[in-house]
Design a protein around this ligand. Structure first.
Ligand code: ZN
Length: 499
């Protein structure tokens, strides 16, 4: 009897440990040197925190509309509208998907920490980051005003650029050993980003120093610096240091882009979508789009690089955030001949499956619009700080952000070639992929819209579908996608080169 009791007690314990969600705990917020705590719980391994308590700490306000289960979170510069139990929410007048639903518990609104925090970060003046490992939310005062660095060869010398968020005082001085130092008294330097721009073709070293408010970027060039000049320019604001009469003779066989157009089809841009704080879509078992598409992108780059007639430039080759503007800039500066963006699709309807190939044009049906919305959403929220709000249609559940995009979309120039290339990818995929074909469609993607070259966006499969989530993780499938695209690239070259 006693034994039976103990056994059932143990079973009950096991049952509780395996099924119970963790409720009522507190997570820490590190904010301006101190700590605060807010409620959180974990459900299906997703951490949700109380936006009600967070809003109070940040000085915002939550308003409940009990009928209709709506919650508004308002601050002077932005407004979120949530629907309890729905993953969709509005930020000002655009609709987005959080992957996980907003939840109600004991009078408070809970949102998924991992997917919601980047949105909050995008609209607040503070830098807000969620650290899933230590379960801590960090709120820091707004951060970098020195954002990026570039070095490039020009006709007569080299150009060094330091990108700023606004005009800043600075000084440039050259010290022994060909060190070029750019000193900025009121700098908050994005050091990781800038250090990642170290280009060994030009420099032995690239250093960033930040001491209190003063920042300095120093680089040691591989050639002698005899004269230099500098100026502050705008659009975007940046410091330019020109060093004339210096010749680096950059080896053309390395991956440096050929600047300017030629009549060869040889510079291929591989653009794995999302990255860093932008996770893209998330599968039911937690697979992140940004990781899958990076793997496919790397595989594709590897395959194309084996073919020596092509040069490949990746817009990102690691888990980092690259803005859409930046991706377009990379392509345009490289004189790209083809731009291939790689993504994984997602739908609230979990049974939807298949691959798609999109080219840039006004979206012609609802599912193409939904895809464009999904892929544009991260960028649109960055835009949505300003801009006016076009109306929404009554019968459309989604607010259609493409309206915004189409207004400024003039890039129909490469539509025919883009369509043709999309059809070539389609043909290769149909031949080799086991996932269902959804075929070629047109949609207005922001990332494609500023690239001055034929461009397509491949949705490799639906990460929101359990089976396809698994398939997407399969190395063989990733390889098949990459090989299909590569064969289409070869066809495209054969058809269009020297035309
Ligand atoms: Zn995507």
């Amino acid at each position: 009897m006693r034994k039976l009791f103990i056994t059932s007690f143990l079973m009950l314990l096991v049952f509780l440990l395996t099924t119970a969600d963790i409720f009522g705990d507190k997570i820490k917020i590190s904010i301006s040197g101190g700590f605060e705590e807010i409620r959180f719980f974990e459900k299906n391994r997703v951490v949700y925190y109380s936006l009600s308590e967070l809003a109070e700490i940040l000085g915002g306000q939550l308003d409940w509309e009990i009928i209709g289960h709506k919650v508004k979170y308002t601050e002077p510069n932005f407004r979120f509208d949530f629907l309890i139990e729905s993953p969709y929410f509005r930020l000002d007048d655009s609709l987005f998907n959080l992957t996980y639903p907003a939840l109600y518990d004991e009078g408070q609104l809970f949102v998924a920490a991992e997917t919601f925090t980047p949105f909050l970060d995008g609209v607040t003046v503070q830098k807000i980051t969620w650290d899933g490992d230590s379960r801590m939310l960090r709120v820091e005062p707004e951060y970098f005003n020195v954002t990026d660095f570039g070095i490039s060869s020009k006709a007569n010398g080299i150009l060094i650029e330091v990108f700023l968020t606004s005009a800043l005082n600075y000084d440039v001085f050259v010290t022994e050993g060909n060190w070029i130092n750019i000193s900025i008294p009121d700098a908050r330097i994005n050091s990781p980003r800038i250090l990642s721009r170290k280009d060994p073709r030009y420099m032995y070293k690239l250093n960033v120093h930040q001491v209190a408010n003063t920042g300095q970027i120093s680089l040691r060039l591989k050639k002698n610096v005899n004269k230099w000049s500098h100026k502050l320019v705008f659009d975007p604001p940046r410091i330019q240091v020109s060093i004339p009469d210096i010749d680096f003779e950059i080896d053309p066989s390395d991956t440096s882009p050929v600047i300017g157009p030629d009549n060869k089809i040889d510079v291929i841009i591989v653009d794995p979508g999302h990255g860093g704080k932008d996770y893209g879509a998330i599968g039911q078992s937690g697979t992140r789009e940004k990781d899958i598409v990076l793997n496919i992108g790397k595989e594709l780059a590897k395959i194309i690089r084996k073919d020596k007639q092509f040069k490949v430039i990746m817009t990102r080759d690691r888990d980092e955030y690259v803005s859409l503007e930046e991706r377009a800039k990379i392509a345009n500066e490289a004189g790209a001949d083809l731009f291939i963006s790689i993504h994984a699709n997602a739908s609230p309807r979990k049974n939807v499956t298949g691959w798609n190939v999109f080219f840039l044009a006004p979206a012609r049906n609802d599912s193409a619009r939904a895809v464009a919305q999904l892929e544009n959403s991260f960028f649109l929220r960055e835009l949505s700080a300003g801009g006016d709000n076009p109306g929404e249609t009554d019968d459309d559940v989604y607010y259609d952000p493409i309206v915004n995009i189409l207004n400024e979309m003039i890039m129909t120039e490469f539509q025919a070639e883009s369509h043709d290339f999309a059809m070539m990818v389609d043909r290769e995929f149909r031949r080799n992929l086991k996932t269902p074909a959804r075929g070629v469609d047109q949609a207005g993607f922001f990332v494609l819209n500023k690239v001055f070259t034929p461009s397509v966006l491949v949705e490799a499969a639906f990460i929101s579908n359990k089976t396809e989530e698994k398939i997407l993780k399969d190395k063989d499938y990733q390889k098949e996608i990459a090989e299909g695209i590569y064969r289409a690239v070869k066809r495209f070259k054969a058809k269009y080169e020297n035309q």
